[in-house]
Design a protein around this ligand. Structure first.
Ligand code: ASP
Ligand code: MG
Length: 402
């Protein structure tokens, strides 16, 4: 007998029919003799709808009251799911985050899970009950309800699996796994049977929104094997696990991120300390910088370019405008008409030549590269936004379709 934690996202419990479907998945795992803990998200767009409702009565509600409100979405889906399981004739109990033992920090809206007291859930499982837990929420040291950040119920599930030393943690969602590219855009995209934690983390941050990043970090830390799969098909999903147990693929995916802007400081005096000054100024404002490129100095000046998230562009320009003048730079240029296209693969570490192949693919479609950055398992290029889709297509074809 195994202990399985199953997480069901908002689309999987959208309406009564979907709830019945999920109840079927849970009860069949239970009938196979497993202990089952299910963690649920709010139905469909409930969390967004509740946020809109709040705005109708108060434009600036306190974060505490927001958590009071938003956590109700998961309470509804947990209770409804338990009722469906009950109707099918199985023993079941639904629990809110605090009842399941989620103790969090007090930061309403973005609380961190500190400790999980699993005693209540263990007691329920000992009675051979199915346990349904409201995800996304916990309780802080004041005894108040907290939420752990949008999309957080993946993290609730993985944290619970870690605390219970579960044998398997399944994340049921509306896609049936992790693909080599966005399957809605690239018809030849293939489902991966396995992927490493690090690859998944890179892909998630590149806009392949399958799993909440924190949940993958947590799974990696506690070595919890994850399976991402659809609640609507019976197909096998994608396993996310430790590197040495994954059959190494050279490249596991191509992703595109449009949520990005490039900023260039032109004609910076070519002397030590300026990069330090510029980037500490940005980090003091909490702005994350991604690709950085510095030209070789010429005539006593150099150019420094970097990318930021699109919604930080205006702030960054504002912050740097006067400052670059003070530094003696000649101008500041910004462009949000760009896309970042990346390939990710744990295998590239031991394979030279991947970058060259990627650039060849881009060249074959006359895509111009503005910036390049590399890490052990990732190569990213910045291209004109109009070239973004073509770039992904070309690279995907080169690595996966030949
Ligand atoms: N219901 C929350 C949200 O929409 C949590 C989740 O879905 O994971 O952000
Ligand atoms: Mg949701």
């Amino acid at each position: 007998m195994a202990l399985i934690v199953q997480k069901f996202g908002g689309t999987s419990v959208r309406d009564a029919e979907r709830i019945d479907n999920v109840a079927g998945i849970i009860t069949s795992a239970y009938q196979d003799g497993n202990d089952v803990v299910a963690v649920v998200s709010a139905q469909g767009d409930t969390t967004d709808d509740l946020t809109a409702k709040a705005a109708e009565v108060n434009q600036r509600p306190s974060k505490r009251e927001m958590d009071m409100l938003l956590s109700s979405g998961e309470q509804v889906s947990a209770a409804l799911l338990a009722m469906a399981i009950e109707r099918m004739g199985f023993p079941v109990v639904s629990l809110l985050g605090w009842q399941a033992g989620f103790n969090t920090t007090s930061d309403y809206g973005s609380a961190r899970i500190k400790k999980i007291d699993t005693s209540r859930v263990k007691k329920e499982l000992d009675k051979r009950r199915i346990v349904v837990i409201a995800g996304f929420q916990g309780v802080n040291r004041y005894g108040d309800v907290t939420t752990i950040g949008r999309g957080g119920s993946d993290t609730s599930a993985v944290a619970y699996a870690a605390a219970m030393h579960a044998d398997l943690c399944q994340i049921y969602t509306d896609v049936d796994g992790v693909y080599t590219a966005d399957p809605r855009k690239i018809p030849g995209a293939k489902k991966l049977s396995c992927i490493t934690y690090d690859e998944m983390l890179e892909l998630a941050s590149l806009g392949a929104q399958v799993l909440h990043n924190r949940s993958v970090e947590m799974a990696k830390k506690y070595n919890i094997e994850l399976e991402v799969l659809s609640s609507l098909t019976k197909a096998r999903g994608t396993i996310v696990k430790e590197e040495n147990s994954v059959e190494q693929m050279l490249i596991s995916g191509v992703a595109k991120d449009d949520d990005i802007a490039r900023i260039s400081i032109i004609g910076v005096p070519d002397k030590p300390g300026l990069a330090f000054k510029i980037f500490s100024k940005l980090s003091s404002k909490g702005t994350n910088v991604d690709i950085i490129l510095q030209s070789i100095g010429r005539n006593g000046t150099k150019d420094i370019s970097f990318t930021v998230q699109k919604d930080r562009m205006e702030d960054t320009i504002e912050l740097l405008k006067e400052y670059t003048e003070k530094l003696g730079a000649s101008s500041l240029v910004a462009d949000d008409n760009v896309s970042k296209v990346s390939i990710v693969g744990a295998g590239m570490e031991s394979h030279p030549g991947v970058a060259a192949e990627m650039f060849e693919a881009l060249f074959s479609r006359s895509v111009n590269i503005q910036m390049i950055s590399t890490s052990e398992i990732k190569i990213s290029v910045l291209v004109h936004k109009a070239d973004g889709d073509r770039a992904v297509e070309a690279i995907h074809q080169k690595f996966f379709e030949s």
